[in-house]
Design a protein around this ligand. Structure first.
Ligand SMILES: [Cu+2]
Length: 201
């Protein structure tokens, strides 16, 4: 029965290793979700809600922004500092990508099917414009946090799960403004937040 003991010992060793090497996935998390309201219904969409408590490092992900049907898609794109945006042209006409804000880049003009990349190292709001089409516009909002969300058409939003604690929420909208909101995140619960957009002061 020696072999059985060896098998048993191996089993225990493997089980222990698996148990010990588990990441601290039990880190408690809670949620923040809510609704953005505005007098004009269309303004409920595309509001960025984010955690203002800064200093959460940089991101290395790449996200896409398309130019399709003579529009930037999406119109509003929040990202964490360090993120790369790949600008793609899906239209049969040439499009340009430039911003007069912050870094003030001009990525040039390119045809359908091609793309260019830009790495965002600084926070801020970068209007995304096209020198070929005056009325094309999008907003890249570079944040110092990975906890952000964009409101849907009906105004609802949901932040990624985050550790319990007290947070201040910032709100960004291309035309309107809202007061800061303080919210407490409790483990295993969803904190409901109502945000009312008003005219910018
Ligand atoms: Cu264009």
């Amino acid at each position: 029965m020696k072999s059985l003991r060896v098998v048993w010992a191996l089993f225990v060793a493997v089980a222990l290793t698996v148990f010990i090497s588990q990441p601290a996935s039990a880190t408690p998390k809670g949620k923040i979700a809510g609704t953005v309201s505005a007098e004009v219904a269309k303004h409920r969409a595309n509001t960025i809600v984010y955690i203002k408590d800064a200093g959460q490092g940089t991101s290395k992900v790449t996200v896409k922004m398309d130019q399709r049907g003579l529009l930037f898609v999406p119109r509003v794109l929040p990202i964490q500092k360090g993120t790369t945006i790949e600008f793609k042209n899906s239209d049969p006409v040439g499009h340009n990508v430039y911003t007069p804000d912050g870094d003030k880049y001009d990525l040039g003009t390119w045809p359908k099917g091609q793309s260019r990349k830009y790495v965002y190292k600084n926070t801020g709001v970068f209007r995304q414009l096209c020198k070929v089409h005056d009325d094309m516009i999008a907003f890249v909002v570079v944040l110092d946090t990975k906890y952000f969300a964009v409101s849907a058409k009906n105004g609802t939003f949901k932040l990624p799960p985050l550790p319990p604690g007290k947070y201040t929420l910032g709100v960004w909208h291309e035309k309107l403004a809202a007061d800061e909101v303080t919210v407490e995140v409790v483990e295993g619960k969803t904190s409901d937040v109502q945000i009312e957009l008003k005219a910018k002061k």
